[in-house]
Design a protein around this ligand. Sequence first.
Ligand code: AMP
Ligand code: GLY
Length: 423
Amino acid sequence: MNILIIGAGGREHTFAWKLAQSPKCNQLFVAPGNAGTAQMATNLAIGVNDFEGIKSAVIENNIEMVVVGPEDPLVNGIHDFFLNDKALKSVMVIGPREQAAQLEGSKEFAKEFMKANNIPTAQYASFTAATLDQGLVFLNQMKAPYVLKADGLAAGKGVLIINDLTEAKTQLKEMLVDEKFGAASKTVVIEEFLDGIELSCFVLTDGKNFVTFPMAKDYKRIGEGDTGLNTGGMGAISPVPFVTPQFEQKIHERIVLQTIAGFEKGDLPFQGFVFIGLIKVGEDPYVIEYNVRMGDPETEVVLPLIKNDFVDLLTATAKGELNTQSIEVDERTATTVMLVSGGYPEAYAKGKIMAGLDSTSSSILFHAGTQLDGDKVLTSGGRVMAVTSLAGNFKEALNHSYATIENISFEGMNYRKDLGFDL
Ligand code: AMP
Ligand code: GLY
């Protein structure tokens, strides 16, 4: 089978690495890909939202399956685009259709879905510019800290957690009236603050049947001890040491089963990954958010633990036959440490030459923001490379990753040296 992966990050390199291991994968393409995906696939210079460009590539290369990495093309309806096109409709697309992708594309839609399906989540209300005054009254009734969420996609920046009531009111006004996050904050969800430790659960579903992957914990802040600005993710660990079988059972019964049942009930066809952002409050799990794709860098720890043939899993997903599959998981723990450009998540330089990439045996290097220049690998993004290792426990695995990193260098390279500090 010829397969096309859409995206350019560490998640997509991991997909490519895993798909390339399958004897059923014939030619593999990535659009646009990076220097890492170029090692096992053909990169195509096509943007993730260029549906016409993707269509031409699919036809030209006899592609039978398209695996969509990031949320943007899903929220923009790439799956529907394929279904509505005579030449493309038999191509398998991994990723939900536009309507179900609203679970990530609209916080309000996600909250309504959870309410309708009795899925535990923070209490909330949503407001627009027309109901600003009610929003201000609602804030008066809430306790600090105040959680304000732009309804739409805001590149991970749309959630504000504010301690001061006056400041929260000012921010609500700025989001709704001044459109602080553009169209994304035309509607704002105000939520109860949940105090606990976060983790993520990953489900692959055909809309009716599903398999679950190992859970993961990511580290979002740039600074050690979880300080400083939010990033796309500085590292991850899977499985999560504090998840007991009892806690996992609660997640399964109260959240995963209800979510999949909700897809059927709500007529939301869903073939793809559900990434459920959870928070453990006391001994109970609550949903913080849904994403309709795999996480990055969580993919870089979750997929290396899966022993199944990935083409088989994804084919069963597209055909509605996931009931024929069961997940086989490596017993070890996987960790990944993200190497980032100096300055990230604020302004940073690109085009730095990377050294020491071929001297690794105890880790897997998943490229996130890299590009080839002849035979040189250059940095091309804020998050540059995920260094993944597997071992008997997370500390040993991290030691392998940190030892590998000793050999890698580029100007301005930064990474967190304290992953797992809270476990
Ligand atoms: P979201 O984009 O909804 O995942 O929110 C981004 C981050 O904000 C989450 O990863 C949490 O750390 C935090 N957050 C979101 N909602 C809440 C909440 N209700 N209570 C506490 N923290 C939250
Ligand atoms: N690591 C968080 C995300 O992929 O959204």
